[in-house]
Design a protein around this ligand. Structure first.
Ligand SMILES: NC(=[NH2+])NCCC[C@H](N)C(=O)O
Length: 575
């Protein structure tokens, strides 16, 4: 590993609040001998990281996305506070890239006039482009990537780099959970401040584009994310233009209002359900999402934010999904605190708390009437009360949210919809064909075999079952047990019908199939005669038999399939 270094002396500028220690993580005896165990990290099984015990660190001392100096000192402050040591020694990560705090001074041009209302456009573009490369390199190795900012403009680089690596490594699109008081989705045109830290999401989603390579023209499709895979949490200061963008694009956003109304547990459940369980997640955490009580030292604080515990919970929850591939912690500005105030220290401590990703969830009691398929999908009654004591100050902050307990299962929507559609087609076809057969028998004054009305009844039951499922889906009460029991009963009834149809088609006595082959399919009749009409009628009857058999078979297989799906949903929940 390269020798430890800080690439700019500015990083050594005193940060008076903390006891100053070596900014570089000292080697631990365990990691030097390579004998460290990862018993803890293995508790949460990572779905998308090939080396989940490895942590790529990108420390970004950059503040050009906004105007207040000091946010560039955050990475060293966080490191000095012991963040990386904790991640390595307590949580057991192998660290990569942790030995340098990047200041990118070589990339900042002497002259950088505004462009389309953006301040420092070339500097921010060049720096974020370099960050994208750095994050990409780490993410390509299948490591979890942690970026310590810096202002939030750096997310153009971090998300741009992760998105590209995930596409290349897994061929997938990733989702972004953006935890922030602000939406940061201004385009250069809607932004009132011209600060690029209020615009990263618009460049990352293609809402804002530029041809010029030196002003974000380097952000290509491979670096972008879909607006559908973006979820906001903690919003409370959204500009007018941003509100319009969010509304017009149907972006999933949970504001503080939603958190107050539902509780953070339910909000996380909804956020993760929106993303789906098979999508890698990049978590971009702006410390100003926390209430200024917990994180006062930040450039754009907004009152009425998350408690520290809620912030921690968000991180724990996302980590617990096993889908986390990268994390940003941004907008910590240790210099924004009155002299002798403990605010900067608190903010840095809050930052450290957020990125702990406790690999071993504490044992939790599972409420007996709560059924959930993901640990973080629990919808608990939530009551948080916390006390902050800083010097002579002592504040009590509390939020009490009582929400209903609900049963929640994660059904695969596409499969379920496909199943209902195909089953509906099969059942309706069978009802249609056998109704026609009955009326033909009646017209010919022939007796009606029992299996015609039988199969019509079974198919009607099937249609009724599908309607019941739809009703339960709309009520959000679709239980796997209902589907399994209903599916099983229908399967048995359906199979009886299918066996009878098969016997009629190919059985020993008066096989329909051989009669059709012999008298219909092999003897074609043409011309405008009664004989041809009769032949056509016969042929359509034969074809109807074939259709009934085909749909009967499909129906039987699909009824089996729905039982398997229901069992999986049920089993998932038991994990
Ligand atoms: N990452 C942040 N702190 N963003 C604050 C953005 C504030 C404001 N919406 C702007 O565009 O200027």
């Amino acid at each position: 590993m390269a020798p430890s270094r800080l690439d700019d002396t500015a990083i050594n500028a005193p940060v008076p609040i903390y006891k100053k220690t070596n900014a570089v993580v000292p080697p631990s005896p365990a990691s030097s001998t390579g004998s460290r165990t990862f018993g803890n990290t293995s508790m949460i099984e990572s779905k998308f990281l090939s080396n989940p015990e490895d942590l790529g660190v990108v420390a970004v001392g950059f503040s050009g996305g906004q105007c207040k100096p000091g946010v560039d000192a955050a990475p060293s402050a966080l490191i000095e506070a012991g963040l990386l040591t904790q991640l390595r020694d307590e949580l057991g990560y192998n660290l990569y890239g942790h030995d340098t705090v990047h200041l990118y001074t070589d990339l900042v041009p002497a002259d950088d006039p505004p462009h389309r209302n953006m301040k420092n456009p070339r500097a921010v573009s060049a720096v974020t482009r370099r960050i994208a490369d750095q994050v990409y390199t780490q993410a390509k190795e299948g490591r979890l990537v942690l970026t310590l900012g810096g202002d939030h403009s750096i997310a153009i680089g971090t998300i741009g780099g992760t998105a590209k690596a995930i596409r290349e490594r897994l061929g997938r699109e990733m989702a972004v959970i953006w935890v922030d008081a602000h939406a940061d989705i201004n385009t250069p045109e809607t932004s009132g401040s011209g600060n690029i830290h209020g615009m990263p999401v618009s460049f990352l989603t293609g809402l804002a584009t530029e041809e010029d390579e030196s002003i974000f023209g380097w952000v290509k499709k491979e670096n972008q994310i879909s607006l559908k895979k973006l979820v906001y949490i903690g919003l409370r200061d959204v500009d007018k233009g941003e509100k319009r963008i969010l509304r017009e694009n149907g972006v999933k956003a949970f504001s503080m209002f939603d958190i107050d109304r539902h509780g953070i547990g339910r909000v996380m459940e909804m956020a993760l359900a929106h993303i789906g369980s098979d999508t890698p997640i990049h978590l971009s955490f702006d410390v100003d999402a926390l209430d200024p009580m917990w994180a006062p030292s930040t450039g754009t604080p907004v009152r009425g934010g998350l408690t520290l515990r809620e912030g921690d919970y968000i991180c724990e929850c996302v980590h617990e999904t096993g889908s986390l591939v990268a994390v940003d912690l941004v907008e910590v500005n240790p210099s924004l605190a009155p002299p002798n105030d403990i605010g900067a220290h608190e903010t840095v401590r809050a930052g450290c708390s957020l990125v702990r990703f406790p690999p071993v969830p504490l044992p939790r009691a599972k409420p007996s009437n709560l059924v959930s398929n993901q640990r973080c999908r629990q919808n608990n009654s939530y009551d948080s009360t916390s006390t902050v004591t800083s010097g002579s100050r002592s504040l009590v902050y509390s939020r009490r949210v009582l929400s209903e307990r609900v049963h929640k299962y994660h059904w695969p929507a596409v499969q379920l919809n496909l199943w209902m559609l195909i089953m509906l087609i099969a059942a309706c076809t069978i009802i249609g064909v056998f109704s026609t057969f009955i009326s033909t028998q009646q017209t010919l004054l022939l007796p009606i075999p029992w299996y015609f009305p039988y199969y019509i009844t079974v198919s009607s039951l099937c249609v009724f079952f599908i309607l019941l499922l739809l009703f339960l889906i709309f009520q959000r009460r679709l239980l796997p047990s209902i589907v399994m029991i209903g599916g099983f009963i229908l399967f048995v009834l359906w199979l009886v019908g299918l066996v009878v149809i098969s016997v009629q088609l190919w059985g020993p006595s008066g096989s329909v199939s051989s009669n059709c082959n012999l008298y219909v399919f092999s003897q074609e009749s043409r011309g405008q005669s009664l004989e041809t009409l009769a032949w056509l009628q016969q042929r359509s009857i034969c074809q109807s038999w074939q259709a009934v058999f085909a749909f009967g078979l499909v129906g039987a297989v699909f009824l089996l399939w729905i039982m398997v799906i229901a069992y999986q949903v049920f089993a998932d929940d038991a994990v």
